[in-house]
Design a protein around this ligand. Structure first.
Ligand code: NAP
Length: 267
């Protein structure tokens, strides 16, 4: 049995992870972190997740939450993730990071920690989305810039970053397949008199509302045809199962920066 510390345990994803760990036969919850202001501090993490008591108390103390952990799974906020990873590095605990919206400096900090310990970061832990990444790379390379690429994403009303980490990753993959960067090709806003669409641009459209778990669509539009690759997540448990698959895979790996493509054996 391997021990898993869940950081962000009171959140939408954290509660799914507690439920997934209750179902697991080879992984168990050993630590549960929330923010210092959380109303749940001192409560049983299983009760918070409405999964029944698990004997692990929610704490805001990173060191305590990492006691006895074989692997950390972090679904918090970018500002917390870097400090969380620092605590994991201090104790030599490998880390799976699902948190999205990290800026360039935060991504660089993650990269630096990955020289000391195994770190797996993925903006989307679902198998379907990771297959979608691979299909988008092939399609963008094959179709070329006569096909306009538009990336549409929809999420629940409480999501704080936009476009989603998954949408940005789809954009980076499409740009990379065409030999350009998303920084150069990305089109993030359209309003008023925009003029015609620039050739080779990669457009983003963001929808927020209700309890949408996560939808992503990549549209390739040319004169005379459109071609779409789409994914719809209907239950957050898919991300929790994916994160635990990643955690199992990470145990015993050498230091390095990994992604879900490594776990799934995809290019
Ligand atoms: P959420 O419901 O807002 O939960 C955030 C969690 O982080 C809460 O438990 C919160 O604790 C905790 N937290 C916030 N600040 C903290 C701090 N300074 N120290 C420790 N804990 C802190 O968010 P969510 O929907 O679960 O999503 C979390 C992240 O995962 C987001 O970045 C989201 O985009 C990403 N996500 C990734 C995937 C994937 O597959 N990779 C899938 C879904 C979501 P409190 O109770 O104290 O507020």
């Amino acid at each position: 049995m391997a021990n898993v510390a869940v950081f962000g345990v009171t959140g939408r994803m954290g509660r799914c992870l507690v439920r997934a760990l209750r179902e697991s036969e080879d992984l168990a919850l050993s630590g549960a972190l929330a923010s210092a202001g959380s109303a749940t501090l001192g409560r049983d993490a299983g009760d918070v997740a409405e999964a029944g008591p698990v004997g692990v108390t929610v704490t805001a103390d990173r060191t305590r939450a990492l006691e006895g952990a074989d692997v950390l799974v972090d679904f918090t906020l970018p500002s917390a993730t870097v400090a969380n990873l620092g605590a994991a590095a201090a104790r030599g605990v490998p880390a799976v990071i699902g948190t999205t919206g990290l800026d360039a400096a935060q991504q660089e900090a993650v990269r630096a920690f990955s020289r000391q310990l195994p770190v797996l970061i993925a903006p989307n832990m679902s198998l379907g989305v990771n297959l979608m990444f691979s299909l988008v790379a092939r399609s963008a390379a094959a179709l070329g810039d006569a096909y306009d690429i538009e990336i549409l994403e929809a999420h629940h009303r409480n999501k704080v970053d936009a476009p989603s980490g998954t949408a940005l990753r789809l954009g980076e993959i499409a740009a990379g397949a065409r030999g350009v960067t998303l920084a150069d090709a990305g089109i993030h806003a359209r309003a008023g008199n925009t003029g015609p669409r620039p050739r080779g641009g990669i457009g983003f459209a963001v929808l927020r509302g209700g309890d949408i778990v996560g939808e992503h669509r990549v549209l390739f539009a040319a004169a005379g045809e459109t071609f779409e690759i789409a994914h719809r997540a209907t239950d957050r448990m898919t991300f929790a199962y994916g994160a635990l698959t990643a955690a199992r895979w990470l145990l015993g790996r050498p230091p390095g920066l990994y992604g879900m493509a490594d776990v799934l054996g995809l290019e």
